[in-house]
Design a protein around this ligand. Sequence first.
Ligand SMILES: Cc1cc2nc3c(=O)[nH]c(=O)nc-3n(C[C@H](O)[C@H](O)[C@H](O)COP(=O)(O)OP(=O)(O)OC[C@H]3O[C@@H](n4cnc5c(N)ncnc54)[C@H](O)[C@@H]3O)c2cc1C
Length: 600
Amino acid sequence: MPTYQAPTRDMQFIVNELLELSNQTHLAGMEDVSSDLAGSLIEESGKFASEVIAPLNQSGDRQGATHHPDGSVTLPDGFKEAYNALREAGWSTLVQPQRYGGQGLPHALGMAVDEFLSGANQAFAMLPGLTVGAAAAISATGSDQLKDLYLPRLISGQWSGTMNLTEPQCGTDLGLIRTKAEPQADGTFTITGTKIFISGGEHDATENIIHLVLAKTPGAPEGTKGISLFVVPKILVDGNGTLGEANNVSCGSIEEKMGIHASPTCVMNYDGARGWMVGEENKGLAAMFIMMNSARLHVGVQGLGQAEAAFQNGVAYAKDRRQGRALTGPAEPGEPADPIIVHPDVRRMLMDAKAFTEGMRALSIWTAFQIDIAERSPDEKAREAAQDLIELLTPVIKGYGTDRGYAVATDMQQVLGGHGYVVEWGMEQFVRDARITMIYEGANGIQAMDLCGRKLAMHGGRAIRSFFALVDAECADIPDDARYATIAASLKRANGDLKTATMWFMQNAMGNPNNLGSGAYHYMTMMGITSLALMWLRMAKIAAIRLADGEGDKAFYEAKLTTAQYFAQNALVDVGALRRKLEAGSSAVMALPPDSFSFA
Ligand SMILES: Cc1cc2nc3c(=O)[nH]c(=O)nc-3n(C[C@H](O)[C@H](O)[C@H](O)COP(=O)(O)OP(=O)(O)OC[C@H]3O[C@@H](n4cnc5c(N)ncnc54)[C@H](O)[C@@H]3O)c2cc1C
């Protein structure tokens, strides 16, 4: 049976030492965020995730969600009670605005809790995760009436939220949406159409489910310019939130799928359901993007969560399982064989996992902190710079974070050998659950195109230029210390490769957009590695200072320095190779006619 312990020690390091969250008193509303408060929130939420949510992960996978003939769906045993416990503990209200019943705490702390919940049980964590996203979309674009009615109940978790984009003929290309919204005399709309793959579309954990639905009004412009967003409650409510009759929306079926069995993936039928427009007509996609961006960061952290859970179990196994002898001679001569952690190839996988999970944790929390700066800083320039970084890094965290999260999960499965493949040990569930993170919320290829096609050019390249400057400044600020001077040198080289690749796009993609399309994935990976290395360099600097001062946990800081070096030697070097792949361009990628792929 696999286990999960929320990585609270590492999270404390990131929040209190890397970000120094308690020193950010210049940010509005953060005056009272002491390191004690942050520390106890991290410990308590970690305990909750490890003790209440994680024990339901394997049973939830085996039992799965169940669809009944009347269209209702029940979650696996224990999920409803755990959801209520989550609500009571207030973990879903942490970062939400106080005006609507939230606690107004920093996103950096919200992201920490997000990782713990996703690592403990990804399928469970989707329910509060999507609800938070739905609240964000209504909060940003809804009328005061919609906000007052829905936000307090979504934020408290009394009602849950969903995101309805996908239709049978329309996944990535939302311009193909067919769901219709007919205006009614009372200002509401009648929504008709079928949505597929809707996570949490129906379940028994909350008394109402608030669907955010993309649909087209009559005569709307073609494509994505003619999409509007609607709020469609499962149960109609009056202005006070009192539940009334059922709306004309039903769950036709749920998908049988590879993983996240406890999360119902629903076919939702809207048969003239009553809906209310959110924001302006034909501006629905922009409004939905608020929800999607929040969800993309959440999905990136799901990849990290699965990697962390798999890593913990891989380490435990590698210390316990005895096979063969260390290449340098028996490590434990009194035993019939050494634990497999002595083998360099097993170590390679464990070090890859450690370097990714700790680096990605730092990157995701640091990016969440940029949201805090963007929302709370009194300095307009600082807000703008933070917003640029969020937009630039969101597709990287989603795309690179989930690619590597999945790779780490399969590596940890490999550490268990044959036992990694059988159900009893639970490693195969981490792999199955992690796999979807690379697909939903925009497949990773689409994240790469978002990064290279939109984000690089954003504001005349302002965001990527400040990213380059940030990395260069970090590399320049290096006291004469061999332990991280080599990391800084490798990072500077990688940043140079990234700059050259950006320039190559500018020179070669304008005339031939396929050169952008074929190189985008490589670029996203280069950017992911470079961003993690930036975090590793910062962490290495802190660790070196603590060690020099003789402060704190020596083994912890020594491990940080060593892992930073490992990442520089083993991951950063890939950036140069990826640049060369990118610069090969699209000619060979696109040369074959489709018929050359036939097998007859
Ligand atoms: C378990 C699960 C839960 C989900 N939850 C939700 C949910 O809650 N709400 C919701 O609305 N949807 C949800 N989805 C749908 C999910 O977001 C889509 O499956 C995903 O966005 C991809 O769309 P698609 O499956 O139609 O693939 P397609 O769009 O058909 O894409 C297929 C492949 O082609 C590539 N591709 C497509 N177009 C391009 C292009 N222009 N350039 C380059 N490559 C391209 C894609 O990257 C992908 O690899 C869920 C799906 C699953 C499986």
